[in-house]
Design a protein around this ligand. Structure first.
Ligand SMILES: Cc1cc2nc3c(=O)[nH]c(=O)nc-3n(C[C@H](O)[C@H](O)[C@H](O)COP(=O)(O)OP(=O)(O)OC[C@H]3O[C@@H](n4cnc5c(N)ncnc54)[C@H](O)[C@@H]3O)c2cc1C
Length: 335
């Protein structure tokens, strides 16, 4: 339904190994940075992404609002992603899709796996723009059965918007962050009616008046309530919850959507020689966004705490690209 047009992202580009800047992640941050670099006259810019198509998370967010800051328009995620990809392609950015970066080496040497097999990409500068991910059920330590019908918002959106799959009809939505309302919107679009929204804290994470949206969606909101168990060995049939008084009960449902609690996608950094903030699990950067190895930079939701909307990541991508240009032109002060 929302597939992007085929583009110039080809494995052939990877055979050329001398890049000025390599960017890991073709989301709003990486695409904005790549376009900005090309506009500033940097000749050889490549964006590497493990997905089939560029665009990052917005590619599967079939709802607005995207693009207000960047394009002065209210767009859905897929139109926004198409627009970012179009700008990058027009600027002459090389996009290498289905290409996973597996390790970061000293001085901008990246190990990759692509449909061509194992390989190496070398760049004078590397920008890490790998984003952030919602916390899955396993990390939340929720016990119980492991039946079908348990996912995050991102997976739910991929199923619905990219693959036309309806994973359940009456799920429970866990969390009250902005992304949780994205999950409600996605359910509504697919004709799915959540039976409850659960929040462990005594108040919703989103501010008034957004949380009133649950009532517009017709979903009962239970504050101070947490899931202690998921029931249903083949497919989810209920969740067992505990409220603030410790009273326990079952809610009949056929799915669970765990929303939010974003953590940085920093697995590459964790395995690398780059310094990592042990508390936040984000790479340590200086005022320019430069990592402990100065050939590496980081930007976007990989660094943002809390995570930001796409427009803010796009701005950060542009700003960091400007620093990289100065660095390549030897105009950046060392710290
Ligand atoms: C469900 C949901 C709904 C949202 N709704 C909105 C909204 O309505 N409006 C809005 O403005 N924002 C929204 N956002 C936030 C927005 O999507 C993010 O702010 C934005 O996508 C962050 O951009 P990014 O480029 O930093 O990261 P991402 O978009 O996450 O892109 C990171 C890219 O890095 C790639 N990658 C990671 N590791 C590797 C690796 N090792 N090798 C190769 N590639 C790699 C990933 O495949 C991905 O494509 C939503 C987010 C979610 C999860």
């Amino acid at each position: 339904m929302n597939h992007l047009p085929s583009g110039k992202w080809m494995a052939d580009t990877l055979k050329d190994n001398r890049w000025d800047v390599a960017i890991i992640g073709a989301g709003p941050t990486g695409l904005a940075a790549a376009t900005e670099l090309k506009k500033a006259g940097i000749k050889r810019v490549i964006v590497l992404d493990r997905e089939f198509e560029p665009g990052g998370i917005p590619r599967h967010c079939g709802h607005p609002p995207f693009g207000i800051k960047e394009f002065s328009r209210v767009m859905t995620g897929p139109s926004y992603a198409r627009r970012l990809v179009g700008s990058a392609e027009n600027a002459g950015v090389n996009l290498a899709m289905k290409t996973t970066v597996t390790s970061l080496g000293a001085q901008g040497t990246l190990s990759i796996v692509s449909p061509e097999g194992l390989g190496e990409v070398k760049a004078k500068r590397v920008l890490l723009a790998t984003g952030a991910r919602e916390t899955p059920r396993s990390v939340r330590m929720i016990s119980g059965d492991r039946g079908l019908g348990i996912c995050n918002t991102g997976t739910l959106q991929s199923m619905i918007y990219l693959n036309n799959l309806i994973p359940f009809h009456r799920p429970v939505v866990v969390g009250t962050e902005i992304v949780s309302f994205s999950a409600l919107l996605t359910c509504k679009k697919a004709g799915i009616q959540p039976v409850a929204m659960l929040e462990e804290e005594s108040r919703a994470t989103v501010r008034w008046p957004i949380y009133h949206a649950v009532y517009i969606f017709g979903v009962p909101l239970f504050l101070g309530t947490r899931i202690i168990n998921i029931l249903g060995d083949k497919r989810v049939r209920a969740v067992r919850v505990s409220d603030k008084n410790g009273d326990k009960r079952e809610i009949v449902c056929d799915g669970v959507v765990f929303t939010g609690q974003f953590t940085p996608d920093s697995s590459l950094v964790r395995m690398s020689h780059l310094d990592l903030d042990q508390k936040t699990e984000r790479p340590l950067v200086d005022q320019y966004g430069r990592c402990s190895d100065p050939s590496y930079y980081a930007a976007g939701n990989l660094l943002n705490q809390p995570v930001e909307v796409a427009g803010k990541c796009w701005s950060k991508g542009c700003l960091t690209a400007q620093q990289i240009v100065k660095d390549l032109n030897e105009e950046l002060l060392s710290t």
